[in-house]
Every structure is written in structure tokens, then in C-alpha cells.
Design a protein around this ligand. Structure first.
Ligand SMILES: *[C@@H]1O[C@H](CO)[C@@H](O)[C@H](O)[C@H]1NC(C)=O
Length: 348
């Protein structure tokens, strides 16, 4: 009898302790949940995100996963195991699969051969270049939810070529490329992706309007080039020898380069600062985003993105400079720049 009572007592105590433990961990879980919810709400305010309550639950779920991932990454960064940092930026409530489907629809083309090829020649080049210092890089833009990275990369290169030739502070129309580089010989497709070399061909044949006369609206429309007055005519484009890091830096020492990269994965999506060295495959068929090279240093390439100022280093990313064939995320594969001669430029 005594024994039985003791056993019951012991069991009750044990159950009590277990119960207490569960309650405690439930409390700390919900404390963490509250804390994350507050973070999420602050983040929503900062980025102007509002959702229906159903969608909000879904988005909060992804935000939490990304939050945990960023914290883990930060620990590795602080331990010296990563060369770059991640942050809860404007894409922090999007999964990497969704991000890829929505934001990465550039495709490389095997048709872009130009008669003019820039080859490595062992030119003397500066140790580092940042074209921004010369005032020849246009401001960082935001393509929004339109797969027009190709038009932004092309316009970036067109702006630098024109500025280097003396056209001060000129800005061109991405929207014209989105609307007008289609049909006939062109395979570009507005917000569903397109090609920089086709944009350069277009700007050579038709010229391109300045941005203020043909502003960006982030959806494909009918071509309205005829309504614009201030147009700049280009003179073709050059292809930089592919799979050659030396050709790449020699070209980058002189020009802004339109390049394709493989931007797949949560690390590129949530990149905040530092030298991006995330492992990713650099196969030609894996290139899915177009961007603009505007400089380099001994250990990185400086790339200008079109995802607004809040992504990366004020809109830029430093890409690990790797002297192998493909380069970081395939950056040496698809490299072009346009030609602009101020004197022969007919302004229509
Ligand atoms: C070049 O280096 C990158 C980054 O280390 C790597 O992912 C890629 O596979 C390398 N490419 C070649 C052709 O070795």
C-alpha cells in the first residue's frame, strides 16, 4: 500500500514536471513568435507590404524561415566562414523557388555573335576601376515585378557608352526596349525576358529615347517610340571573348559590360554586402539574370543590379573575381557592350 502510494506520488510529480517543461517551452516559443511578428511588421512597414490575412500567414511563414537562415549565415560570417552578409531586404518574404520564377527570367542566346570581338591582348590595365567615379554610370533603377533585367542591363551599358563619349548624365528608356524590341528579327519578349544584344541592335537601327520622354511602367505596352523626340543613335556592339577572365577585365577596364549571371538561390536574393562567393554553377544554360559590370578590384567585380537601392550595397553587388573560365556564377560567359560615337550620332 505504502509502495503504491509512493509510486503514484512519484508519477504525479514526474507528470507535473513534464507539464511544467512543456508549458515553459510553449511560452518561450510564443515569445519568439511574438518577437518575430514584431520584426515582420516593422519590415512590412519599411517595405510598404500589405497582405490579406490569409496571404499574411503564408508570407510570415517564409519570412521566419529566411530570418533563421540569415541569422545562421551571419554566425558563419562572424566566424570568418563567409565573405559576404545577408539581410532581410525587400525579398525577405519570398521563397527562393518563387523568386526564381518571378524575378529571374533572362536567358542567354547563342545567336548574339557580333562581327566585333574584344579579345585579351595583355593590355596594361589599372589595378582597380570604378566607373562611378567618372560620372559615367547612370543611377540604380528598379525593374519591379517585370522580367526586364535585360533592358536594364542594356540601358546601363548604353548610358555609360554615351556618357563616356561626352553625353553628360544622359539616361535612356528601358520601357522603349521592353515595348519595341519584339517581333520580326527579335526574340525578346518584354516582361518575360529578352536580350541585351538585341537591344544594342535596336538602338543602332532605331536609336533610343531618353528616359523622361518614355518612362518606365513595368508592364509591356505597344511600342511608342514614334512619339519621342530626343533620340540617340548607337553604332553597333562588341562581344567580349567568352570564358576568358583576362578578356573580361581588359574590357571592364574601359567599358560598362552587360553580363549574364546565374542569380539563383537565397544567397543572391538576400545579399546585403561583402564579396559574394556563394557556390553556384556557371553553365551557359544556367544564366538567368542580366546585370551590368562597372568596375573591378583585385578580388571582385563591381556589378550594378536593377532591384532598387535597398538591395545589396546601395543597389550594387561585389562578385568574387575568379580567374577561371566561367567565373563566379558564370559571369564570363555572356559579355557584351555597345558602341557610341558622339559625332556620328544622328539625333532624330
Ligand atoms: C570557377 O570558379 C567557380 C567559383 O569557385 C566555380 O563554381 C566554377 O565551377 C569554376 N569554373 C571552372 C570552369 O572551373
Amino acid at each position: 500500500m505504502q509502495k503504491e502510494l509512493l509510486t503514484i506520488l512519484a508519477l504525479t510529480l514526474l507528470a507535473g514536471t513534464t507539464l511544467l517543461n512543456t508549458t515553459q517551452s510553449l511560452e518561450s516559443t510564443s515569445f519568439l513568435e511574438d518577437k518575430l511578428m514584431k520584426e515582420y511588421q516593422l519590415w512590412q512597414q519599411e517595405h510598404g507590404k500589405r497582405y490579406s490575412s490569409f496571404e499574411n500567414t503564408h508570407r510570415f511563414g517564409i519570412f521566419k524561415q529566411n530570418y533563421a537562415y540569415v541569422q545562421e549565415h551571419q554566425k558563419r560570417f562572424e566566424a570568418g566562414l563567409e565573405t559576404y552578409e545577408l539581410g532581410m531586404n525587400v525579398f525577405a518574404d519570398i521563397s527562393s523557388e518563387e523568386f526564381e520564377a518571378k524575378h529571374l527570367n533572362f536567358k542567354p542566346s547563342n545567336k548574339q555573335q557580333s562581327e566585333q570581338v574584344f579579345r585579351a591582348q595583355g593590355r596594361q590595365i589599372p589595378e582597380s576601376v570604378d566607373l562611378r567615379n567618372d560620372g559615367v554610370v547612370g543611377p540604380v533603377q528598379n525593374q519591379g515585378s517585370c522580367g526586364s533585367c535585360w533592358a536594364f542591363s542594356a540601358v546601363g551599358a548604353l548610358e555609360t557608352a554615351a556618357r563616356q563619349s561626352g553625353e553628360k548624365n544622359v539616361e535612356f528608356s528601358e520601357q522603349e526596349l521592353v515595348d519595341c524590341v519584339k517581333g520580326g528579327e527579335y526574340e525578346s519578349d518584354g516582361c518575360n525576358g529578352g536580350f541585351m544584344f538585341e537591344s544594342f541592335n535596336y538602338a543602332t537601327t532605331n536609336g533610343i529615347a531618353i528616359k523622361s520622354e518614355y518612362p518606365y511602367v513595368a508592364v509591356a505596352q505597344d511600342c511608342q517610340a514614334k512619339k519621342t523626340k530626343t533620340r540617340f543613335q548607337f553604332n553597333g556592339f562588341v562581344e567580349v571573348e567568352s570564358l576568358n577572365s583576362q578578356a573580361y577585365v581588359e574590357a571592364a577596364s574601359q567599358h560598362a559590360l552587360s553580363v549574364g549571371v546565374n542569380a539563383k538561390g537565397i544567397n543572391f536574393q538576400l545579399y546585403k554586402k561583402g564579396i559574394f562567393s556563394s557556390q553556384c554553377d556557371g553553365k551557359i544554360e544556367s544564366l538567368n539574370h542580366a546585370i551590368l559590370n562597372v568596375g573591378y578590384a583585385s578580388d571582385y567585380y563591381l556589378l550594378k543590379n536593377s532591384w532598387g537601392l535597398s538591395w545589396g550595397e546601395a543597389g550594387f553587388i561585389r562578385f568574387a573575381r575568379i580567374a577561371n573560365k566561367t567565373g563566379q556564377c558564370g559571369v564570363h560567359q555572356d559579355v557584351t557592350y555597345p558602341i557610341y560615337n558622339k559625332n556620328s550620332a544622328a539625333i532624330q
